[in-house]
Design a protein around this ligand. Structure first.
Ligand code: NAD
Length: 428
């Protein structure tokens, strides 16, 4: 979601340009990779419950599919913009490449606010989105998934519409489906757990015992919740979480210096990851302004909400004890803030590596759906751990040997793999 002064796509291109320079890519490869290969913009008319018809704007961007079918989520958000979708599609290309799964990068979105839409209205948006794109997506072409404010139910409606149109069963069309309807066990946990698999390896490398660490988290939705669950299992302490408050239209940080009680906090949280302020106050939480999560005296920061959260202003608030930032969200750090973090020597686990657990498990779901044979949860999560750990180790080894910032090392590996695939196919 773009704000007045922030354009996620410009940021994604800026990041790409600096690595393209490092890799000495030729002009054609640069031209190919700094823009999406294809994009679709369309209208979705919906018969609202009050009898009126409202038209919603939808998008799908296919950034690059040289390494395999496109892969990427669909967001429902009132401030969605095409440039955000473009940036996210590009980041998906790098994400699938850095974890070395045979998929490309895509992303989709609809400008809408599910908080103010009935389930029937949301179902029509889902079905309308697929009707507009049925020829341009598919299990061998481009495979959507859930993202911000879309769920397993939305995916099932989309799959159903696709199967009605094509007349066949294609559980591999879409991932993030409900378990028992083609979904994979472990998908709900995958992104948050993946963040912590990489954090665990980073702490190992830095010689830090997780039990002696404290963390502050931005967000309390799917990614944040499972990241917190696994981090607590490693013995860490979470002292702050933050979330968006729908009624006040602003964000708040919930602070408890001796550590949050995770199950209790979950019990006062709604389906959108919003924490009830009054109940939290009653449980002894200090309620602070939205940016307070970044100002805490902790070892680890876990931005798990939105892009553009660690920027040239907020980066100044990061305390001196912070040693690791693991980006659960996509694009939470701007290049200006990156420069400061690099300078300060904070260990950065960049978004497209840290949060690649979701797409890796989606890939497992697609494999299982295409085979029509489903694995046990332990098998999924242990395969996920292997993939995430090996991706982290390749990036951190390159960073160490070439003295690169972790984000740059991850980009070098990912962009090089995609550029190679384009070359080998004879595209450039
Ligand atoms: P979600 O909708 O489940 O949760 C989002 C959380 O962020 C909620 O708690 C919400 O209250 C909070 N939030 C929103 N605006 C905020 C603000 N301004 N300040 C503080 N908190 C705010 O979404 P999610 O699935 O957890 O996704 C979070 C991020 O992770 C997004 O950037 C998404 O693209 C990325 N991501 C998600 C997945 C996945 O599998 N879910 C995978 C990869 C990346």
């Amino acid at each position: 979601m773009a704000s007045k002064n922030f354009n996620a796509f410009e940021m994604a291109q800026k990041q790409f340009d600096s690595v393209a320079e490092m890799l000495n890519l030729d002009q054609a490869t640069k031209d190919l990779l700094r823009n999406p290969m294809r994009e679709y913009h369309f209208s979705i008319p919906v018969k609202m419950d009050d009898g009126t018809v409202k038209v919603f704007r939808g998008f799908r961007v296919q950034h690059n599919d040289a390494r395999g079918p496109g892969k990427g989520g669909i967001r429902f958000h009132p401030q969605e913009t095409i440039d955000t979708v473009r940036a996210l599609a590009m980041w998906m290309t790098w994400k699938t490449a850095v974890v070395d799964i045979p998929l490309g990068g895509s992303k989709g979105g609809v400008i809408c606010d599910p908080h103010h839409l009935s389930m029937k209205e949301q179902e029509q948006i889902c079905r309308g989105w697929v009707r507009q794109l049925s020829k341009d997506i598919g299990p061998l072409r481009d495979v959507p998934a859930p993202d911000v404010m879309t769920s397993a139910q939305h995916m099932l409606w989309m799959l159903d519409e696709y199967e009605i149109i094509t007349g066949n069963k294609y559980p591999g069309l879409i991932t993030g489906k409900p378990v028992g309807m083609g979904g994979s066990l472990g998908r709900t946990e995958a992104t948050g757990y993946g963040v912590i698999f990489t954090l665990r390896e980073a702490l190992k490398e830095l010689g830090i015992d997780p039990k002696k660490t404290k963390a502050s988290v931005q967000g309390f939705g799917n990614v944040a919740q499972y990241a917190i669950e696994l981090y607590l299992k490693l013995g860490g302490t979470v002292i702050a979480v933050s979330c968006w408050d729908q009624d006040d239209q602003t964000s708040y940080t919930f602070l408890k210096k001796d550590g949050i009680d995770f199950p209790k906090l979950l019990s006062i949280t709604d389906q959108f990851g919003g924490i009830n302020k009054d109940k939290a106050k009653a449980l002894g939480y200090e309620i602070l302004h939205g940016d307070a999560w970044i100002e805490q005296d902790v070892d680890i920061l876990l931005p798990c909400a939105l892009e553009n959260q660690i920027n040239s202003e907020t980066v100044k608030k990061i305390q001196k004890n912070v040693k690791v930032i693991a980006e659960g969200a996509n694009g939470p750090t701007t290049p200006e803030a990156d420069a400061v973090i690099k300078e300060r020597g904070i260990f950065m686990i960049p978004d497209f590596l840290a949060n690649a657990g979701g797409v890796t498990c989606s890939y497992f779901e697609q494999v299982q759906s295409n085979m029509n044979y489903y694995w046990e949860k332990e098998e999924v999560l242990s395969k996920l751990d292997v993939k995430m750990t090996s991706a982290f180790l390749s990036v951190s080894e390159l960073a160490r040997t070439k003295k690169l910032y972790m984000r740059d090392a991850a980009y070098v590996i990912a962009i090089d793999r995609v550029a190679q695939a384009c070359k080998e196919r004879g595209w450039v």
